[in-house]
Design a protein around this ligand. Structure first.
Ligand SMILES: [Zn+2]
Length: 289
C-alpha cells in the first residue's frame, strides 16, 4: 500500500515528464559539440536550479573515436542538502548517439534519442520537481551524465565517458548508493534484473524489485536475470566503489523492428506510463531513506 502522504504529496506527473522528453527531442540530437547539445545543457541546468540546492557542472574532454579528436562534455549534478554526508544518487545520461549504426542501412545520421537519452533525463527532471515537497534529511545527488553513447559498437571502448570521469573525480560528500536509469521510455516496458547490478548491489536489486511489485508494476519488473550491460553503473561500481544498479530495458522494438540506435528512436515509440512507472518507484525508494 502507498501511504496517503506519499500518494498526495509526491505525485509524479507523467504528462509533464513526457513533455520534457518531447522538448529534448525537439532541440535536435544532443550530440557533444553541437548547438542542440549546448541548448539542452543550458535547459537542464536551468531546470535543476529551480529545484536543487546546488547545481554543479563537471566539464571534461570526451574522446570521439570516429574523428579521433576531443570535444567539451558536461556532467550536470543537482544536489539536495549538499552538506549531508548520508547521500543517495539517481543518474541517467543526457547525450545522444552521433550515428544510427543499428539502422538496417548504416546511417551517419544522429539518433534522435527519445528513449536513449531523453527518457531517463525526463524522469529525473520530474523527480526534481517533486522533491521540494519531500520531507527527509537524506542528501540526494541527481546526475545527468554526458558522453555515454560515443563508443564504437562491439568494441566497448569510449562508452560511458561522463560517469567514468566522475568516478575518478567524485564530488564529496560521495553518495553511498545509487540507481541508474537508461532507456526506460519504451511503450512495452520490461526491465529484467541487469546481471552486473545483481553482482555489485544485490540487496538494492531486491529492494527495488520488491517496491515495483508492491506498487503494482510486477509485469514491468519480472524477477528474472537479464542481459549483462556495460552502462554508466560500471565505472561507478568499479572505479568509484558506489554500489549502483541499472534499470534498463535493452529490448527496444516496435512491431518486430529494432528501434535502438536508429533514426526511429522517437517519442511515438515511448509512453508517459513507462516514465510514471519508473518515477513512482524512484520516489517511493527515496521516501523510505
Ligand atoms: Zn545508446
Amino acid at each position: 500500500m502507498i501511504s496517503g502522504l506519499f500518494a498526495r504529496e509526491m505525485q509524479f506527473d507523467q504528462y509533464r515528464a513526457f513533455q520534457y522528453l518531447e522538448k529534448q527531442v525537439a532541440f535536435g540530437p544532443r550530440v557533444p559539440g553541437t548547438e542542440a547539445h549546448r541548448v539542452c545543457r543550458d535547459w537542464i541546468i536551468d531546470m535543476c536550479q529551480q529545484s536543487a540546492d546546488t547545481v554543479l557542472v563537471q566539464t571534461f574532454r570526451a574522446y570521439r573515436p570516429v574523428t579521433k579528436d576531443t570535444v567539451d562534455a558536461y556532467n550536470i549534478i543537482a544536489r539536495i542538502r549538499p552538506e549531508q554526508p548520508q547521500r543517495v544518487m539517481l543518474s541517467t545520461h543526457w547525450d545522444t548517439r552521433p550515428f544510427a549504426d543499428k539502422d538496417i542501412f548504416y546511417s551517419n545520421k544522429p539518433v534522435p534519442g527519445a528513449n536513449d537519452g531523453a527518457s531517463g533525463t525526463a524522469v529525473l527532471l520530474e523527480i526534481l520537481e517533486c522533491l521540494p515537497k519531500f520531507d527527509s534529511d537524506i542528501g540526494i545527488d541527481i546526475i545527468f551524465w554526458d558522453a555515454e553513447d560515443m563508443g564504437i559498437a562491439g568494441n566497448g571502448m569510449y562508452f560511458c565517458q561522463g560517469s567514468e570521469y566522475y568516478a575518478y573525480y567524485p564530488i564529496s560528500p560521495i553518495p553511498q548508493i545509487g540507481i541508474l536509469i537508461d532507456m526506460i521510455g519504451d511503450q512495452n516496458l520490461e526491465i529484467p534484473i541487469e546481471a552486473n547490478s545483481m553482482l555489485y548491489a544485490p540487496e538494492l536489486v531486491l529492494e527495488v524489485w520488491d517496491i515495483a511489485h508492491k506498487l503494482g508494476y510486477q509485469n514491468v519488473f519480472p524477477k528474472k536475470i537479464g542481459q549483462e550491460i556495460y552502462d554508466d553503473h560500471i565505472p561507478l561500481n568499479i572505479i568509484a566503489g558506489i554500489p549502483t544498479i541499472d534499470l534498463i530495458d535493452f529490448h527496444y522494438y516496435h512491431q518486430g523492428r529494432n528501434i535502438w540506435h536508429t533514426v526511429h528512436d522517437l517519442p511515438a515509440y515511448c509512453s508517459p506510463y513507462s516514465l510514471k512507472c519508473i518515477g513512482d518507484i524512484l520516489l517511493f525508494w527515496l521516501s523510505r531513506k
